[in-house]
Design a protein around this ligand. Structure first.
Ligand SMILES: [Zn+2]
Length: 246
């Protein structure tokens, strides 16, 4: 039975470096006992960075994914890399600039789901153009109004924090989850809630991703496009920077 990788990024999304041990070599990559590298899931791409060895040498980590068991996290190297042996203690360094931008974008998607409280049918976080698809039969949403509503939440500088609840707690008080549009997966143990605002006054929804800790860290963002996808679906594209056309 393989031990699951301890996900240090769930407790601290600002952990740029993490001491860990190589526990296994798999084709193209290694499994660490603990990692600060987020693995691709939920529409957020896996982290990249460096693995530093005790002799000072470094290997580039090109991507981070879950193993098929969804419990172990595999850190991939460039092709033709000679894999380091298991047992060695190393330091995993995030490409922090990239990850921090993804954290901002991911958090912006949460704020968009507050402004557009409709069922989410898809989402993808990326560095320059993230998208959230909503089941929304309402043609009145505009780029300007949606951008202004999201930026109001950014500028209000709400705190963002996480809270773990059990399925039993959720059954006792379903209002713990404010977002009606995001349902937690059941049967997998405790649920991680990402909460925005004092006492979750803005939002709380289940999520295993990485977020900034204050909304104003997101900075200037805007809705670059709202596309109609079928009769009932709208795709919102979030981009960094100010909305130029008003
Ligand atoms: Zn999230």
């Amino acid at each position: 039975m393989n031990s699951p990788t301890h996900k240090a990024f769930l407790d601290d999304s600002y952990l740029t470096a993490c001491e860990c041990k190589i526990v296994e070599r798999l084709p193209g990559g290694v499994v660490l006992d603990v990692t600060n590298f987020y693995a691709t899931s939920g529409g957020q791409p896996g982290d990249t960075g460096l693995l530093e060895f005790q002799d000072g040498s470094k290997l580039t980590i090109t991507g981070t994914v879950y193993d098929s068991d969804r419990k172990r996290i595999i850190h991939h190297f460039e092709t033709d890399t000679v894999l380091p042996p298991a047992g060695e203690t190393v330091v995993a360094h995030l490409d922090w600039e990239r990850r921090y931008a993804l954290m901002k974008m991911h958090t912006a998607c949460h704020l968009l789901s507050v402004v557009c409280p409709y069922p989410i049918t898809g989402a993808n976080v990326s560095l320059d153009d993230s998208r959230v698809d909503f089941q929304i039969d309402d043609p009145t949403f505009t780029k300007v109004a949606t951008t202004d509503a999201v930026m109001e939440l950014v500028n209000a500088d709400h705190p963002i924090f996480t809270q773990w609840i059990s399925e039993a707690q959720l059954d006792d008080d379903p209002s713990i989850i404010r977002s009606k549009n995001v349902k937690p997966p059941r049967g997998l143990g405790d649920i991680r809630l990402v909460c925005i605002g004092e006492n979750s006054c803005v939002d709380s929804q289940p999520c295993g991703g990485t977020h900034v800790s204050q909304t104003n860290e997101i900075g200037e963002i805007h809705i670059g496009k709202i596309e109609k996808k079928g009769r009932e679906n709208r795709r919102f594209r979030i981009r960094f920077g100010v909305l130029e056309e008003r």
